[in-house]
Design a protein around this ligand. Structure first.
Ligand code: ZN
Length: 83
């Protein structure tokens, strides 16, 4: 094998390699990208029943007609306020 033939063989081999690499690069990815995981559902606590669970800041005492005391929790006033 002459020197020229060796050089040509080397060049052709490199060319073939480049072609193969280019084909790989342009080929569509075999693995489909994973779908982005949905963010976990907002961990909002279940809505409290306003009637059953009065605001912590309020007395929450209920009178006979079912109204809730609107005074602050542990209010000093002896009477409850239903407004
Ligand atoms: Zn009260």
């Amino acid at each position: 094998m002459s020197k020229m033939d060796a050089l040509r063989a080397m060049r052709e081999a490199r060319y073939a390699q480049d072609q193969a690499r280019a084909a790989q690069r342009s080929a569509p990815p075999r693995v489909r990208p994973q779908p982005t995981p949905r963010p976990a559902e907002a961990s909002t606590p279940p809505a409290h029943d306003a009637e059953a669970q009065p605001d912590d800041e309020l007395c929450g005492h209920r009178n006979m007609s079912g109204r809730t005391c609107t005074r602050e929790r542990g209010h000093a006033a002896k009477s409850h306020r239903y407004s």
